[in-house]
Design a protein. Structure first.
Length: 147
C-alpha cells in the first residue's frame, strides 16, 4: 500500500514537471513572464536579507568593539538605522514633492508643445501625400485594374 502511494506521488510530480515543461516550450514568452513575476516577488525578500546581513555585521562589530550585550548593540544599531532612514526620508521627500509640483505646473506647456509637434507632423504628412498623389498618375492604374 505504501509503495503504491510513493509511486503515485512520484508519477504525479513527474507529470507536473512534464506539464510545466510543455507549457514553457509551447509558449516561449511564458518564461519571461514567470521570471518577471518571480523577480517582483523576490525583490523585497532579497532586500530584506541584504539589510539584515548588513545590520548583523554592524551589530557583531559593535558587540566585539565595545563589549556590549547583544540587546544593547541591537538597540544602538536599530536607532542608528531608523535615524538614517528618517533623515533620508526627510531630505528626499521635499525634493520629490518640488519635482512633482514643477512637473504638474509645466505639464500644460509640455502638452501644448506635443500638440504643436503633432500638428506639424500631420501637415508634413498631408503635404507629402499630396505630392505623391500629384506625382503618380492614378488614371493608368484605374484603367488597368478596373476592368
Amino acid at each position: 500500500m505504501e509503495l503504491n502511494r510513493q509511486l503515485i506521488w512520484k508519477l504525479s510530480v513527474i507529470g507536473l514537471i512534464l506539464l510545466v515543461l510543455w507549457r514553457v516550450i509551447s509558449e516561449p514568452d511564458t518564461i519571461s513572464r514567470v521570471l518577471q513575476y518571480t523577480f517582483q516577488l523576490l525583490t523585497p525578500i532579497i532586500m530584506g536579507i541584504a539589510i539584515a546581513l548588513l545590520l548583523n555585521t554592524v551589530l557583531s562589530y559593535i558587540e566585539e568593539r565595545f563589549h556590549l550585550k547583544r540587546y544593547q548593540g541591537l538597540l544602538i544599531v536599530y536607532i542608528t538605522f531608523i535615524g538614517i532612514l528618517a533623515i533620508s526620508v526627510v531630505t528626499l521627500f521635499p525634493r520629490i514633492y518640488s519635482s512633482l509640483s514643477s512637473l504638474i505646473n509645466e505639464l500644460p506647456g509640455y502638452i501644448r508643445q506635443i500638440d504643436v509637434f503633432l500638428g506639424e507632423v500631420n501637415n508634413y504628412l498631408r503635404d507629402y501625400n499630396a505630392t505623391i498623389a500629384q506625382a503618380i498618375d492614378f488614371s493608368r492604374f484605374e484603367e488597368r485594374y478596373s476592368g
